[in-house]
Design a protein around this ligand. Structure first.
Ligand SMILES: Nc1nc2c([nH]c(=O)n2[C@@H]2O[C@H](COP(=O)(O)OP(=O)(O)OP(=O)(O)O)[C@@H](O)[C@H]2O)c(=O)[nH]1
Length: 136
């Protein structure tokens, strides 16, 4: 008998939040999957919501701030062992400035040339590379 297991394919939005030439980088907490990896904050698209609505909702839930969603960048399609995802990045700016760490272990504002110093989630690496090439 052949058993075909279908892995789940999810869409995840993430925010490259820019301020004064720096970019906000967020470290996943020990309790999240991919513990302590660095990412751009965001999360899974729910139901029929549009991508910008998803991203604004996730950023409010995770960091307690309002953002403007400015420009979509190319997606990265990535397969983890049990998960297929499309990671969809957007350049964003802050509308409100008081960041609360509601889910992440830490956030850092880094200049573009320092982004490669962090241990990024695998799915983020091509997005970081694209951003460095195009926005340095
Ligand atoms: N938000 C976000 N998720 C990422 C990034 N890179 C990456 O591999 N992921 C993966 O995308 C998936 C969805 O992210 P999430 O867990 O933050 O989404 P969520 O808040 O909607 O999920 P939850 O309901 O499980 O808390 C996770 O498996 C996460 O590890 C990234 O840069 N940002």
């Amino acid at each position: 008998m052949i058993i075909i297991t279908q892995s789940v394919h999810i869409k995840v939005t993430c925010a490259i939040i820019e301020k004064e030439g720096k970019v906000l980088c967020a470290q996943r907490s020990e309790k999240m999957n991919l513990p302590l990896k660095w990412e751009f904050p965001g999360g899974k698209v729910e139901g029929g919501e549009d991508l910008a609505t998803c991203l604004k909702r996730e950023i409010k839930e995770e960091l307690g701030v309002e953002i403007d969603v400015l420009k979509r960048l190319p997606s990265n399609f990535h397969i983890y062992s049990n998960l297929k995802l499309e990671l969809i990045p957007f350049r964003c700016s802050l509308q409100t400035f008081e960041i609360d760490l509601l889910e992440h272990a830490k956030v850092l504002w880094l200049p573009v040339e320092k982004l490669k110093d962090l241990d990024w989630a695998e799915a983020d690496v091509p997005i970081v590379d694209y951003y460095i090439q195009n926005y340095k």
